[in-house]
Design a protein around this ligand. Structure first.
Ligand code: CA
Length: 221
């Protein structure tokens, strides 16, 4: 899952980024409203955390522009404490949830999990696919009840496939959702991660669809 943090206060932006990275997400950060708008239009984010008070272009205008352009990713807005009308404007403009500053990072993480879950059509924090169980609160995956030892990239690949189980997921889709923007992306490495995952879980769970991508075939039980 790949997230954008749009926040111009450097300390808060760093805290948000590291809290979300520690929850297993890859995070891009931007501080200027025009950059934020451009990134949201050009990159396939799974969720955006959007401060409404951005320099360059305010968050509400950015959000309206995204929604007009058909960008449907969940957006969690951050508002100043005394600006209650921002929440109303934000929700009307297409925000999915809001947090008022200051807030606890644990609450932010919980709201992000809930939004991602709903966007993926999952009602619970645990996603089960056959013998695999993804616990989005712990950013961990277990096989038959035994926690899997996964690297960060392996976790993100398998978690993404589990969030989209039964669907064809292309290699480029995986690349776009498991690496941050400034990372040196190489779609060949996806094959390496898949090969390593197949040594850690029953290999037939991940089908290769030749020339197109992969599909996790373990259905929910
Ligand atoms: Ca701000």
């Amino acid at each position: 899952m790949r997230l954008l943090v749009a926040e111009d206060e450097p300390v808060l932006a760093a805290q948000l980024t590291s809290a979300l990275q520690s929850a297993g997400y890859v995070v891009d950060a931007a501080a200027d409203g025009l950059d934020v708008e451009h990134q949201g239009l050009s990159e396939p984010y799974d969720l955006v955390v959007l401060d409404l008070g951005l320099p360059g272009r305010d968050g509400l205008s950015v959000l309206r522009r995204w929604r007009e352009a058909g960008r449907v990713f969940p957006v969690l807005i951050l508002t100043a404490r005394d600006h209650w009308h921002d929440k109303v404007g934000g929700i009307d403009a297409g925000a999915d949830d809001y947090l008022t500053k200051p807030f606890h990072l644990e609450e932010l993480q919980a709201r992000v999990r809930a939004l991602l879950r709903r966007a993926g059509g999952h009602a619970s924090a645990d996603i089960r696919c056959g013998p695999l169980l993804l616990d989005t609160r712990q950013a961990g995956i277990s096989l038959d009840g035994q926690p899997l030892e996964l690297t960060g990239h392996e976790y993100r690949v398998l978690a993404y496939l589990m969030m989209h189980h039964g669907e064809l997921v292309s290699r480029s889709q995986l690349v776009e959702h498991i690496y941050a923007q400034d990372f040196d992306r190489d779609s060949n490495t996806i094959e390496v991660f898949i090969a390593r995952l197949r040594r850690k879980i029953p290999p037939e769970l991940i089908q290769t669809v030749r020339g197109l991508g992969y599909r996790l075939v373990a259905g929910p039980t």
